[in-house]
Design a protein around this ligand. Structure first.
Ligand code: ZN
Length: 267
């Protein structure tokens, strides 16, 4: 994690110096400042711990928060990593919280590890109720580069298996496409999912009465695969942020709240 408490105040691992005792804002247990060359500066719980904030945090996830927050600060915006939203259920931290010049709060959720649909919907509705604009950004898996090929100056994966929460995020963004993050290049790609068709081979068989029957010989949409088209890469410095209002929308499987949805727009 990137934020700890020093004498009751928030402090980030970049500003923190070795020496004083730092504590986890959640469990109040002591944490150790890690300032290395390779890994982004961060705090780690002293073992043993059963703190939920000590679990499942990857180096790439920590890095991504710093990439986004630093770029926003460069533009003169206020931006905080791991910002606690008091009305949020579960883990109350937004990965990055930014404030527009007019004071609109914008939460960025950088999703490295899968998140359940119930949880993502709880968080999304909670942000919406609090009047906070939100952006959900799935991480690109390196598999995408193995499975795909260049097309139209971008990248194309013909048979992509979207994670469930990616289907939710794609729906959340409507026709605008979903922004995705490549942790290796620290770059962003605009992704779009489309139906993937598979061919059902023609077959024939004889029924008991000796009559020949046919099936197949047509294309159908796969429920498992989607086609993923990626436009990019974009460095975050070249992206602007828009926060249009969207109405609530439901399908049989997913629910999206009414509210402001933040998205990048190439400058
Ligand atoms: Zn803790």
């Amino acid at each position: 994690m990137l934020i700890a408490e020093l004498e009751g105040n928030r402090i980030d691992a970049f500003s923190a110096e070795r020496g004083p005792s730092y504590f986890c804002p959640k469990c109040k247990g002591e944490v150790v400042l890690k300032k290395g060359r390779k890994v982004v500066h961060h705090f780690a719980h002293k073992p043993p711990t059963d703190c939920t904030w000590a679990k499942g945090e990857t180096r790439a996830h920590m890095e991504s928060k710093v990439v986004v927050a630093d770029a926003l600060k460069e533009r003169g915006l206020r931006a905080e990593v791991e910002f606690v939203v008091n009305t949020m259920p579960g883990d109350r931290r937004a990965d990055v919280m930014a404030w527009s010049p007019k004071g609109l709060q914008i939460a960025f959720e950088l999703q490295h590890t899968p998140i359940g649909i119930d949880e993502i919907e709880r968080r999304a509705f909670s942000y919406a109720r609090a009047g906070i604009a939100q952006s959900w950004i799935p991480f690109l898996s390196s598999k995408v580069w193995d499975d795909g090929l260049p097309r139209h100056g971008g990248w194309f994966v013909e048979r992509y298996v979207p994670r469930i929460f990616e289907r939710w995020v794609h729906g959340f963004n409507g026709t605008n496409g979903m922004w995705m993050y490549d942790p290796n290049d620290k770059a962003f790609w605009l992704g779009r999912l489309a139906g993937h068709q598979t061919y059902v081979e023609e077959s024939s068989w004889f029924s008991e009465g000796g009559e020949e029957n046919y099936s197949g010989g047509f294309w159908k949409y796969s429920t498992r695969y989607k086609e993923l088209t990626l436009e990019g890469p974009f460095k975050i410095e070249g992206l602007r942020i828009k926060t249009p209002y969207h109405s609530a929308f439901n399908t049989r499987e997913y629910r999206w709240p009414a509210g402001r949805r933040a998205r990048f727009v190439p400058a």
